[in-house]
Design a protein around this ligand. Structure first.
Ligand code: GLA
Length: 720
């Protein structure tokens, strides 16, 4: 069947089954072609820029898998463990009789709108694997997942269950990964991929992204750059263990396998039950700039919870008070929040526990009753007082966790993930609740529900998760321990589904000791996430640069704090201005001018937030390359743009270059104006208050950097 007839069918038929040998999956600019070979094996024959309608897809050759020329497969779309291919497989199964292999053969496929499903079957064992490809044509993003099912009697274990396998043939491959640690999230590290495997993965369970973030970029044929060259950008939507394997085989074919990490997770799949893998999302873009704009737009259009709704600026008390607060202090802070002009006050950790009050992080976690002698009038009083001060109220919870020193741990030891007959290892003095257990799911849901029932006016929750899963053993799963990492995440999603269904207006921050949880499926439930506990503005420039590769600004919580007092309050605010702005700072310690600056900046932020949150991001000067950082946002109409320019630590005698803007209308005139100036200060930028054509701004550029240490500028560019 030619592509023309194929796409005719796709466009003009609502639903039917195609028994064709060529399956074409397209977005506006990308095409993936799969073909069935004479052995009924499904193979990838093309992945790249969208082909013209005239291209005869049958001419695509079927490259052979690397092992030997007698191999009858091709680059198989979902290769299995144990048969012909000795490279990293996507799928592994142990049948009830102990046989560890399967051969998956094409059965049929359907294409309905943007969804393609292809079913594969083993002809010897009753197992079925269905591969799904969902396209987001305008955003040029493709989503992949698989569903696995069997009808065998006896115990069947899935050893591997990846979401996706993609193949590339190019002279060279360059990987950028996003290494992390506490306060060091999203460190972009690049390397050329040579023969063999490179694995980026997590086995931490809950605080899954503490050390590795679930994103990657691969330069196909050339090193990764912002605006040039083909780059594959991918991410796994799974709030748990993930694994990306990049393998260059003996024929220099790159294989990219993405999915849930199968380590320590041999999954017992009952007969008739469907195992759905995690979702893998990718785009194939010209440079990471284009890829990021696509991912951000896709997040805003299809993925992020309440993406079209507003977000609230806030004042958080964590770094101001830590655990040391009472009603009087909090009510005074509500006043400060109002004075500052933010929308919401967020009460952090330390408000709960009676038998074991939460005075520090050693006790109380799990006992979600307000500490009576600390807050005698309870949460309702605080919500009311906040309202009287003209700010909404939000509250911190860490519902999946428990301190051994808590009434909960005493009452329900069987609810805790812990190894029987071994010494327990505590991470931040706490343990993880067993969300595989439906009773625990009810309890966790009940924490949110209880707070909301009592205080329907709570607008926001910060849902924290400070510990990885330690002492891995679920008392609920008993002998099926291989299911724990997967079932935990499913249990979490069940709870979050209930929260979302019952409280659709609740805004929630996904937090995990900083950015330990940061995946795109988590953000189907959360309206935003905490990028890092590190709010040093210099570090944040790097962290935000990293997350902006995939995440929209609206979802990236950025707070002004006391970290790095060497940086002025203006510099700190100007960095946080790029994300979802908040404050976590004692305002009394600020000078009048600094406080005034914050108030004015919040007003400007509220005026410009739709542009700040626009997916049209242009990263112009990288902090990784030198001593400056410049980024730009443009609205869809190209009528307004905001430029953020930061001098970090310029070198002596450094020659300053113009910064060329991007994404503007070349033929239009734009006025350039520096905003957010300290009280009484004038802009000294030579471009300030001048009018330029878009052409000039994009080809000649303007000077927005300087040779000063820690200086920042926010510049508004408006079409005249
Ligand atoms: C984590 C969060 C912080 C704060 C503390 C409270 O570390 O990242 O922002 O909420 O927990 O214990």
């Amino acid at each position: 069947m030619t592509k023309r007839t194929l796409s005719f069918f796709i466009l003009h038929s609502s639903f039917f089954i195609l028994l064709a040998q060529t399956i074409s999956i397209t977005t506006d600019h990308t095409q993936l072609v799969l073909q069935v070979n004479s052995q009924k094996r499904l193979c990838q024959t093309y992945l790249g820029e969208r082909l013209s309608e005239q291209t005869d897809l049958k001419q695509l050759s079927m490259p052979q898998a690397g092992l030997s020329s007698s191999c009858i497969r091709g680059l198989e779309a979902y290769p299995v463990m144990g048969t012909e291919d000795y490279y990293e497989p996507t799928f592994e199964i142990r049948h009830a009789d102990g046989n560890p292999t399967s051969v998956l053969k094409y059965q049929q496929h359907t294409q309905q709108g943007d969804l393609t499903s292809i079913s594969l079957r083993d002809e010897v064992y009753p197992i079925e694997v269905t591969l799904y490809y969902k396209t987001f044509p305008q955003e040029d993003v493709i989503q992949q997942w698989a569903e696995i099912k069997h009808e065998e009697k006896g115990k069947v274990f899935l050893g591997r269950y990846a979401s996706s396998m993609l193949y590339f043939e190019a002279p060279s491959y360059y990987l950028t990964e996003f290494a992390s640690d506490w306060a060091k999230e999203m460190q972009m590290l690049s390397q050329e991929l040579q023969f063999g495997k490179k694995v980026v993965d997590s086995r931490l369970g809950t605080r899954a992204n503490l050390m590795a973030q679930p994103f990657f970029e691969v330069g196909i044929g050339s090193p990764i750059s912002e605006n040039e060259g083909t780059v594959l950008m991918g991410t796994l939507g799974w709030t748990g263990n993930f694994r990306f394997t990049f393998e260059v085989d003996n024929q220099h074919v790159l294989r990219v396998v993405s999915g849930i990490n199968h380590d320590a997770s041999s999954y017992l799949l009952p007969k008739g039950e469907t195992f759905r893998t995690a979702d893998f999302f990718f785009t194939l873009a010209k440079g990471t700039g284009e890829g990021s704009r696509r991912f951000q737009r896709w997040m805003m259009n299809h993925q992020l919870h309440k993406a079209k709704d507003d977000r609230m600026t806030l004042l958080n008390n964590w770094e101001n008070t830590y655990f040391d607060f009472n009603e009087e202090k909090l009510v005074a802070l509500f006043g400060e929040a109002k004075d500052l002009g933010v929308d919401l006050f967020l009460l952090d950790d330390g408000w709960f526990g009676n038998k074991y009050p939460r005075k520090d992080d050693h006790a109380g976690l799990g006992d979600w009753q307000v500490t009576k002698d600390k807050l005698p009038q309870g949460i309702p009083y605080l919500v009311r007082k906040a309202k009287e001060n003209g700010v909404a109220f939000g509250i911190w919870i860490e519902p999946e966790m428990v301190n051994p020193k808590s009434e909960l741990a005493e009452k329900h030891p069987d609810w805790l993930i812990q190894l029987p007959s071994r010494e327990t290892y505590y991470f931040r003095n706490q343990m993880v609740l067993d969300l595989c257990n439906p009773k625990v799911q009810d309890f966790v849901f009940g924490i949110v529900d209880g707070l909301m029932q009592e205080n329907p006016e709570i607008r926001f929750m910060k849902w924290d998760c400070n510990s990885p899963i330690t002492n891995i053993y679920s008392p609920y799963l008993k002998e099926n321990q291989g299911n724990i990492y997967v079932d935990y995440v499913r249990g979490l999603y069940k709870v979050l589904d209930r929260v979302q269904a019952k409280y659709p207006d609740l805004y929630m921050m996904m937090c995990s000791g900083g950015g330990g949880r940061s995946d795109v499926t988590g953000l189907r439930y959360f309206t935003e996430f905490w990028c890092s506990d590190n709010t040093d503005p210099i570090e944040r420039l790097f962290i935000q640069w990293g997350y902006s590769q995939f995440m929209p600004a609206k979802a990236m919580c950025a707070h002004v704090t006391e970290w790095n007092r060497r940086a002025s309050i203006k510099f700190r605010v100007d960095v946080a201005f790029q994300g979802k702005l908040g404050f976590d700072i004692g305002l009394k310690g600020l000078s009048d001018d600094d406080r005034q600056y914050c108030r004015e900046a919040i007003k400007e932020y509220k005026r410009l937030k739709d542009i700040v949150w626009s997916p049209n991001l242009y990263r112009l000067v990288s902090p990784y390359e030198g001593q400056h950082c410049v980024v730009q946002r443009v609205d869809d109409a190209k009528s307004k743009s905001v430029v953020f320019a930061y001098d970090i630590h310029p070198r002596y005698g450094e020659r300053l270059l113009n910064t060329r803007l991007q994404g503007l209308d070349a033929a239009a005139n734009y006025r350039v104006k520096e905003i957010c100036l300290m009280p009484g200060k004038q802009s000294w930028l030579p471009c300030n208050d001048k009018v330029y054509t878009g052409d000039y701004l994009m080809k000649v550029g303007i000077k927005v950097t300087s040779t000063n240490d820690l200086v920042s500028h926010i510049i508004e560019v408006t079409k005249e």
